[in-house]
Design a protein around this ligand. Structure first.
Ligand code: ATP
Ligand code: NI
Length: 289
């Protein structure tokens, strides 16, 4: 397997080498013009959130996406999972394991080949006990047994007591719900995990454990698309980093580039580097006022 080829050269060839490949993704929303205050004149206009975004994930690697809040990261995750809002206008191409996908085929892969750790704990079913949710839908009795065993092992691994199985989502703290979402993804035997902010609400210990698990999953041949605010943690586990800004990837680089800011091309990437502990970030006198 070749890890370090140029994106420009590969993007229109050799799709089989990528587990996931997103090409020229654009997502916009059809919305009523926010500048038009007069109700009877309100017209719809398209607001672009993601534009010309290309990104790939190889088997065996963690690709981390870092970037500002509201820059469209979750929307990218949703697109890869075939989850589109009714007012979304989506164009571009998504390939999974060399096969071109559409919303319907991505929905088929979801929860099977592609597991999702959603950003919002509201994605848990409020009416189903969490143990059952994590175990998911079994193919047969043997699969049900395997899932039950795995669920219990994962709960123990993440410090969730056995009785949590019988709780409903509203009974969980934020950090517990986060761990339940992670366990749900890891119970399946996916080939790709899309993890959208999997660590908020977890103490450092648990966050590291969760990321180590994603690392182990990749080392066993899976692919991970890891969306996170936490660059420090991303640098710790990822192979490559895509810096996201205003709805597109402005720089994609090996994590090693963050050892030396002169290897970072984009000013925004260097800003992210400076914000890391020990890299001389200081709040200016003016800012303190
Ligand atoms: N259905 C929708 N209709 C209109 N705008 C939407 C819709 N869904 C998302 N957006 C907008 O798309 C933008 C990107 O949102 P997204 O959640 O992808 O950002 P993000 O990078 O994941 O942010 P965060 O880091 O806070 O999670 C936001 O401005 C959001 O308001
Ligand atoms: Ni998000």
């Amino acid at each position: 397997m070749h890890h370090h080829h140029s994106h420009a050269m590969s993007s229109h060839h050799a799709h089989g080498h990528h587990l996931l490949q997103v090409e020229d993704l654009c997502v916009s929303f059809s919305m009523y013009d926010p500048d038009e205050t007069h109700f009877f004149r309100a017209r719809k206009k398209d607001v672009s959130v993601i534009s010309d975004l290309s990104i790939s994930v190889h088997a065996g690697e963690i690709m981390a996406i870092v970037g500002a809040s509201g820059s469209g990261k979750s929307l990218l995750a949703d697109s890869v999972l075939g989850l589109y809002e009714p007012n979304a206008i989506v164009s571009g191409t998504i390939w999974f394991d060399g096969v071109r996908q559409d919303a319907a085929s991505l929905a088929q892969l979801r929860g099977r080949e592609i597991a999702f750790v959603p950003q919002s704990v509201a994605n848990l079913d409020p009416l189903m006990k969490v143990g059952r949710q994590v175990r998911g839908v079994a193919r047969d009795a043997a699969d049900a047994e395997r899932r039950a065993e795995r669920q219990r092992a994962l709960f123990e691994h993440y410090g969730l007591a056995p009785e949590v199985e019988d709780m409903y989502p509203f009974e969980l703290s934020g950090g517990m719900a986060r761990r339940v979402l992670l366990a749900s993804a890891l119970v399946e035997s996916p080939r790709l995990i899309v993890a959208d902010e999997p660590t908020p609400g977890l103490d450092l210990d648990l966050a590291v454990r969760a990321l180590d698990d994603l690392r182990a999953f990749a080392d066993a041949g899976g692919g991970v698309l890891l969306i996170t605010h936490d660059i420090e943690l991303a640098l710790r586990v990822a192979d490559r980093i895509a810096v996201f800004k205003d709805g597109t990837v402005i720089e994609e680089t090996a994590v090693e580039s963050f050892d030396d800011p002169s290897q970072l091309r984009h000013p925004f990437s260097r800003e992210l580097w400076r914000a890391l502990p020990g890299n001389g970030f200081s709040v200016s006198e003016e800012a303190i006022g």
